[in-house]
Write a protein of this length. Structure first.
Length: 250
């Protein structure tokens, strides 16, 4: 919880400073975008000596068990085209895992936090814009599995993946923009591989507010520790679902 508080304090400070920076330096544009993802999570995880347990959590399960969650993105962009993008989202939920043989279903508490920090460059075209970005995606995972009603297997891992990607935003109608975004990362440096795809639309309601409707698919394949040891942890999952957001332009 302390980590969450520190992160959101940082976002709060940046949010408060953004209008002042915008006035002091009119060459900068700022965007603050709180958003929500209604996700489905599928894949496998290994926790300690529990190997390759199946994860299958639907949107209804997550909404029913969600204990705490938030998502926000901040963006600062100079008129030269260079900019900085930061995003953080986390979910703290309870769910179920299924052992590989499919005989037992185990209770689990899962915390998933993801921070993204990117540098970006924007090419402005007649029909819209094209962003190239690169940086890091930091994963913070904490999985507690209830094995026998009393015994618990716990493991925690965090890692940082390098990421590169593109974001295309053509104007398709008055006040409407198509949004297509994709990136890849990991490359065996931390996770074996991670990729992200997003597609949807943005409606510019005013000069200061846009409504965003997208679908996001985020995949990661990470492993650490030796098989059969308490330090063993793997997370090979796909998180996907509709995304709804508000983008405030300062």
């Amino acid at each position: 919880m302390k980590k969450i508080v520190q992160i959101f304090c940082g976002f709060f400070v940046l949010t408060c400073l953004s209008p002042a920076l915008s006035v002091a330096g009119e060459k900068w544009d700022f965007v603050i975008a709180p958003y929500a993802l209604l996700p489905n999570i599928t894949g496998d995880t290994s926790v300690g000596r529990l190997e390759d347990a199946n994860i299958d959590v639907g949107t209804t399960d997550i909404l029913n068990t969600l204990e705490l969650g938030a998502m926000i993105q901040l963006e600062a962009r100079h008129e030269s085209g260079y900019g900085v993008i930061m995003a953080y989202n986390f979910m703290d939920l309870s769910g179920e895992l299924t052992e590989p043989a499919g005989l037992n279903t185990l209770g689990a508490d899962i915390y998933q936090g993801i921070f993204e920090g990117f540098g970006a460059y924007r090419l402005t075209m007649e029909s819209g814009s094209l962003d190239f970005y690169g940086g890091v995606r930091w994963w913070d995972m904490d999985v507690d599995v209830n094995v026998s009603g009393v015994q618990k297997v716990k493991n925690r891992a965090d890692w940082i993946d390098p990421v590169i990607g593109v974001h295309w935003m053509p104007q398709i109608a008055d006040n409407w923009r198509l949004m297509v975004k994709g990136d890849i990362g990991g490359f065996g440096i931390a996770s074996d591989f991670t990729w992200n795809l997003q597609g949807g639309f943005a409606w510019d309601a005013t000069d200061y507010l846009s409504l965003v409707f997208q679908y996001r698919v985020l995949s990661v394949d990470y492993s650490s520790g030796s098989v059969g040891t308490p330090e063993r942890f793997t997370y090979d999952t796909i998180t996907h679902g509709p995304l709804f957001g508000l983008a405030f332009h300062l």
